[in-house]
Design a protein around this ligand. Structure first.
Ligand SMILES: [Zn+2]
Length: 211
């Protein structure tokens, strides 16, 4: 079964910077690296977005400011997120309890939790679906992945095609020394993939222009 993110985040314990309150965006370069340049929630690669990638507070600011002394620059509460996931998640914190991200089938799973991928998965077309009832809440209510399925499919396909094109380019030289026929097949595949890539990338641009 395909995972939502290409690889799990590797979150550092000690960030490079020690920003003062309110300056949480100073942590963005570390977060980008820890989350391998992908949104922590929907797994989209940040290279395709015409929108800005943001720093999300996993426990929302509004909630922890009213209920705790948690600093808004506390690295362990920060997440690298695309604008859309951050916007959909917003101030939601349905458990109303610090340090309790979900109760039963409602709430969020920390994207650093290895359990994150146990509740949701990526379908063949690249859209995101659920495995559990909590996953269903995350897909439909938490991030509204179901309303963004075309966008998520396009982003996923683009990433797959980009990977395949770069792999083909890498092996093309090796093939040429063994078989001209194979080399031509690789070239042909590369051209076809590049065309598909351009079509999908235009479609994504149109999608963003329409919202
Ligand atoms: Zn996202």
């Amino acid at each position: 079964m395909r995972t939502v993110r290409p690889s799990p985040p590797k979150v550092r314990v000690t960030p490079s910077n020690s920003p003062s309150e309110g300056k949480w965006s100073k942590h963005k370069p570390d977060l980008k690296e820890d989350y391998h340049s992908h949104c922590a929630y929907c797994g989209s690669y940040d290279g395709y977005r015409h929108t800005y990638y943001e720093v999300d507070h996993f426990i929302p600011k509004k909630f922890f400011r009213e209920n705790s002394n948690l600093s808004d620059v506390e690295y362990s509460n920060l997440v690298y997120s695309c604008k859309f996931c951050n916007g959909k998640k917003s101030n939601k914190w349905p458990t109303n309890s610090m340090d309790v991200p979900y109760i039963g089938n409602i709430g969020f799973i920390d994207p650093r939790d290895p359990d994150y991928e146990s509740h949701i998965f990526r379908r063949l077309d690249g859209s995101i679906y659920w495995k559990t009832d909590l996953g269903k809440w995350i897909v439909q209510k938490g991030f509204k992945f179901d309303q963004r399925s075309r966008e998520l499919s396009l982003l996923y396909s683009l990433n797959r095609m980009k990977f395949l094109i770069s792999e083909l380019l890498k092996i093309e030289n090796d093939i040429s020394s063994t078989s001209i026929e194979l080399e031509n097949q690789a070239k042909d595949l590369c051209v076809r993939l590049t065309k598909m890539y351009l079509i999908a990338s235009n479609e994504l641009k149109k999608y963003y222009d329409s919202i």
